[in-house]
Design a protein around this ligand. Structure first.
Ligand code: DGL
Length: 269
C-alpha cells in the first residue's frame, strides 16, 4: 500500500519532495484538492468536510496511511476525523506534532511534563484558519513552558502561491513579517506553519534576517515519517506512486514543475 500525502493544493509538495529524498524507495500517492484551495479562509466545518472526503478517497484508493501535509486540515480536521472513527488498518497523521517536537527538543512520543526550551519568543506564520484554531499554541503548551508565541495570519499568501504569482507572494511575505515585528520586534525563531510557505522560504529568511531561526516542516515531517515507518513497516508495503488533483491536471502539473524544478505530472483525482 502506498503512503498518501494530502494537501489543499501545492503546499504538500514541499513535504512530498522531502519524503521522496528521505525515503526514495517508498511509493507515495499525492492528493491535492486544488479545486477547493485555499482552505485557510474556510470555516472549520468546511475544512473538515473537504478533508474527510479526500482522506476517504485516499484510503479507498489503497493508501493505508494518509499524512495531512496541511496545517489547516491538521488543525481543523485531524482530531474530528480520528474521533469519527478510522477504519481498521488505516491511519491518518498530521504535521503539527513533529514540528512542535523539533521546536521543543523532544523525541517522538516523549510525553514528559512541559519544560523550558531554548527559545522563548516564537513567531508563527500560518493561514487564518490555523491561527484561529490556536492548535499550535495548544500542542506547544503540552510540551514547553515559558514560550511566547505571536501568530501572524498570512492572508492572501496561499492564493498567490497557487496562482504562481511569486512577485505578489514575496511582497505579502514582507508585509506579514513587518506586521509580526510590530507585535514581536525580536523573535528568536519563526515557524512556517503552512506547507505552502517553504515555497517562499527565501523571502521569509530575507525579511526575518539572519538572527531568526526558521523552522520549516518538510524535512521534519519526512524524518518523523521515516521514524514512524521503521516502527510500523506494514503501513507502507508495495503500492504505486501517483499524483492526483481535483483541479486542472495540466495547470497543476505546470505549477508543480515550476516549484520543484523537475517534471511532475498530475492526473485527475
Ligand atoms: N498548505 C496548507 C497548510 O499547511 C494550506 C493552506 C490553504 O489551503 O489555505 O496550511
Amino acid at each position: 500500500m502506498s503512503v498518501g500525502i494530502f494537501d489543499s493544493g501545492l503546499g504538500g509538495l514541499t513535504v512530498w519532495d522531502a519524503v521522496a529524498r528521505r525515503l526514495p524507495e517508498l511509493a507515495v500517492a499525492y492528493y491535492g484538492d486544488n479545486a477547493h484551495a485555499p482552505y485557510g479562509v474556510r470555516s472549520a466545518d468546511d475544512i473538515y468536510a473537504l478533508t474527510r472526503r479526500a482522506v476517504h478517497n485516499m484510503w479507498d484508493g489503497g493508501c493505508d496511511l494518509v499524512v495531512l501535509a496541511c496545517n489547516t486540515a491538521s488543525a481543523a480536521a485531524l482530531r474530528r476525523l480520528q474521533e469519527a472513527g478510522v477504519p481498521p488498518g488505516r491511519r491518518v497523521l498530521g504535521v503539527f506534532v513533529p514540528l512542535i517536537e523539533a521546536l521543543s527538543e523532544r523525541d517522538w512520543g516523549d510525553n514528559s511534563p512541559p519544560r523550558e526550551v531554548a527559545v522563548s519568543q516564537v513567531a508563527l506564520f500560518a493561514t487564518p484558519a490555523t491561527v484561529a484554531s490556536r492548535a499550535f499554541q495548544r500542542e506547544l503548551a503540552f510540551r514547553a513552558i515559558g514560550v511566547d508565541v505571536e501568530a501572524q495570519a498570512c492572508g492572501g499568501l496561499v492564493d498567490a502561491i497557487e496562482e504562481g504569482d511569486m512577485i505578489l507572494a514575496d511582497a505579502l511575505v514582507q508585509s506579514h513579517v513587518d506586521a509580526l515585528r510590530r507585535k514581536m520586534p525580536d523573535p528568536q525563531a519563526a515557524i512556517l506553519g503552512c506547507t505552502h510557505y517553504p515555497l517562499v522560504a527565501d523571502a521569509f529568511r530575507a525579511a526575518l534576517g539572519d538572527n531568526v531561526t526558521v523552522f520549516s516542516q518538510a524535512d521534519i515531517v519526512a524524518e518523523s515519517l521515516a521514524d514512524y515507518l521503521a516502527r510500523r513497516p506494514e503501513m507502507a508495503r508495495g503500492g504505486t506512486g501517483r499524483m492526483l488533483t481535483t483541479g486542472d491536471p495540466a495547470r497543476v502539473s505546470a505549477r508543480a514543475t515550476q516549484f520543484l524544478r523537475r517534471p511532475v505530472t498530475f492526473e485527475a483525482a
